[in-house]
Design a protein around this ligand. Structure first.
Ligand SMILES: Nc1ncnc2c1ncn2[C@@H]1O[C@H](COP(=O)(O)OP(=O)(O)O)[C@@H](O)[C@H]1O
Ligand SMILES: [Mg+2]
Length: 577
């Protein structure tokens, strides 16, 4: 509840004025039927037109006052609840920014989207209902009960009999609905995950002509949501008919028992009319209270889900860093007995007892079949994930002892899945370093072998990239991403399969430029092609999460069967190509 408290405090006037105006409006509700009864009993019965007009004016004024206080009450309730929701939303967003990849993997993207949108909306709706009804409904309930006793105690007993019955029915409905809300929110997670995946990957889907498959897949997720939400909401819909039945039965009973007293003149018509109005007020108030509880049950499910995000253990923080001021100086890398799993409940390790030493300035190749753990291995260096066991050291210092900022400032990673942003080529390159001069931008592009094609673009470095570079070829995009990484001026440069779409000759030129101009930078190159790593100082061969060979090309050809296998398979292919 602490997460809401600070916003209640901050917007206290809305949280105070909302309920206050609603209570004022409720006071009008008590007085109105009373005046009405007087008009009928005293005015109409005696034919006193003056009395009728006078009291009619009171009623009209009261109705206007009630409308104004009602609008003000609703207005402050909406304001307060929206501000509250916005505040919590910002908090959740801030927390997600602190998340590690592992945190996001655990929640899934779709679920985080549901939590920050739909779940917070549930809280907002509940807060709004609460502000409108939390004082108004109990006051109406008690007030209308008192008024009905004042009017006719013996008839009022009927209300007291029906009320507990209705309360029990409502309790049953709420108890049934509550657990279904959690399931419904989970189904919304599924929906968001599905949409997210499809839209993010729409190019792939189109190129494989998998639209129909995706539509069918979506239909299943959609059906699931229909089932879960129907299950939850239909229980809620029982409320309306059940309370209508209660109102009708009570009215019937009141009229039944009022018949005789009216005939013998013990009860006036106006009193009976007022009584029936109070009766329906009691039941309406009860209904509204039930609604608060029902929405509360739904909000509770959402509250828990929001709490999970806000309370998530940030598994990647630098709060305990021993050397927060330390920056990466040389780019020496050492892994000592590193084990890693993506999900801690999985039995199989993705990386197994990885130990390797890379000297500053070396060019190191990493090779291995798909899924052998190459990307995972390099992810541990800038702490995109943390090792489960063992240590990752840079310049002899555990990566966990650097501040995340200093660590990641010293390391540039060109990820397998690259993203360019809308904007010019130069703007994209300056993502690596906003202060880079034009000369630095060009120099980086030259090393990445991108300068040539950039100059051939209509406006050179000032050419606009359409939709994240859709107007460039895959190889061109890869080279821009390399140039962008170089502009960070890192001590360690990691390329994860970043030249896969670049032709072999250009690929070789990039490495030659690395050797000449990036001597002080440790370079890790993950590649599919053996030619991309054959000239490296050191090659690491991975197989099923283990290192099965370390050495240069000649040594590995002698000692590492896996390396030979890869070499042979690619040699054959090159011959046939
Ligand atoms: N984010 C992730 N969550 C769960 N499993 C993953 C994730 N990324 C990779 N894996 C699994 O870890 C293993 C190694 O993957 P990866 O390091 O990407 O291999 P490579 O880069 O060599 O192709 C694979 O079995 C893969 O399915
Ligand atoms: Mg990979």
């Amino acid at each position: 509840m602490k997460k809401y408290g600070k916003y209640v405090k901050k917007y206290w006037y809305s949280f105070l004025l909302g309920p206050l105006f609603m209570v004022l409006e409720a006071c009008g509700e008590f007085i109105l039927p009373y005046i009405n009864a007087n008009i009928i009993n005293k005015g109409a019965a005696n034919g006193d037109v003056g009395y009728i007009i006078e009291n009619g004016i009171y009623m009209a004024l009261l109705a206007i006052a009630m409308m104004i206080t009602g609008i003000l009450g609703a207005n402050f309730s909406i304001r307060g609840s929206s501000r509250l929701a916005a505040g919590v939303r910002a908090d959740v967003f801030r927390q997600i920014q602190k998340f590690s990849f592992a945190n996001i993997d655990e929640f899934t993207t779709g679920s985080l989207i549901t939590r920050i949108t739909n779940d917070i909306t549930q809280i907002q709706n509940f807060a709004q209902t609460l502000l409108r009804g939390m004082f108004r409904s109990p006051i109406m309930l008690v007030g209308a009960l008192i008024m009905s006793f004042v009017l006719d105690p013996s008839l009022a007993v009927i209300i007291l009999i029906i009320m507990p019955l209705l309360a029990v029915a409502i309790a049953i409905i709420i108890k049934t609905a509550s657990p279904r809300y959690g399931k419904m929110q989970k189904a919304i997670d599924g929906l968001n995950n599905g949409v997210n995946e499809t839209i993010t990957n729409h190019r792939v889907i189109k190129s494989f002509v998998r639209e129909e498959y995706e539509i069918a897949k979506f239909a299943r997720i959609n059906d699931d949501l229909v089932n879960k939400s129907t299950a939850a909401l239909k229980v809620m819909l029982f409320m309306q008919p059940v309370s209508a039945l209660a109102v009708n039965i009570t009215t019937l009973a009141v009229v039944w028992f009022a018949g005789k007293p009216i005939m013998i003149g013990n009860l006036e018509i106006g009193t009976l009319t007022a009584f029936i109005t109070y009766l329906s007020q009691v039941l309406t108030a009860l209904n509204f209270l039930a609604n608060i509880i029902l929405q509360g049950a739904r909000a509770a499910a959402s509250d828990q889900r929001i709490g999970e995000v806000l309370g998530a253990k940030l598994d990647l923080t630098d709060q305990n860093a021993a050397h927060p001021e330390q920056t990466v100086q040389h780019g020496e890398i050492e892994l000592r007995g590193v084990d890693f799993r993506y999900f801690k409940h999985n039995r199989d390790k993705v990386l197994n007892e990885i130990s390797v030493h890379i000297a500053p300035g070396q060019l190191v190749g990493i090779i291995g079949s798909t899924g052998s753990g190459k990307t995972t291995l390099i992810s541990l260096i800038p702490r995109l994930y943390d090792a489960d066991a063992g240590q990752v050291l840079i310049d002899g210092i555990d990566v966990r002892d650097y501040s995340l900022k200093n660590l990641r400032d010293g390391i540039a990673v060109v990820l397998q899945k690259n993203t360019l942003f809308s904007g010019t080529v130069a703007e994209n390159l300056r993502w690596g370093n906003e202060q880079a001069t034009d000369e630095q931008v060009v120099a980086a592009a030259k090393i990445a072998q991108a300068d040539g094609f950039i100059r051939e673009l209509p406006n050179g470095y000032d050419s606009e990239l359409e939709r994240g570079g859709a107007n460039l070829s895959g190889g061109q995009k890869q080279r821009l991403c390399i140039a962008r990484a170089l502009l960070k001026n890192p001590k360690i440069l990691i390329l994860d399969d970043s030249t896969s779409a670049v032709d072999t000759a250009t690929d070789a030129s990039i490495r030659a430029a690395f050797r000449e101009q990036l001597q002080g930078v440790t370079k890790l190159i993950i590649a599919q092609r053996i030619t991309s790593v054959a000239d490296a100082d050191q090659i690491i061969v991975l197989d099923a999460g283990r290192i099965v060979g370390v050495g240069n090309h000649a040594e590995l050809m002698q000692t590492c069967p896996t390396y030979r296998e890869i070499y042979d398979s690619q040699k054959d292919r090159e011959v046939t190509e």
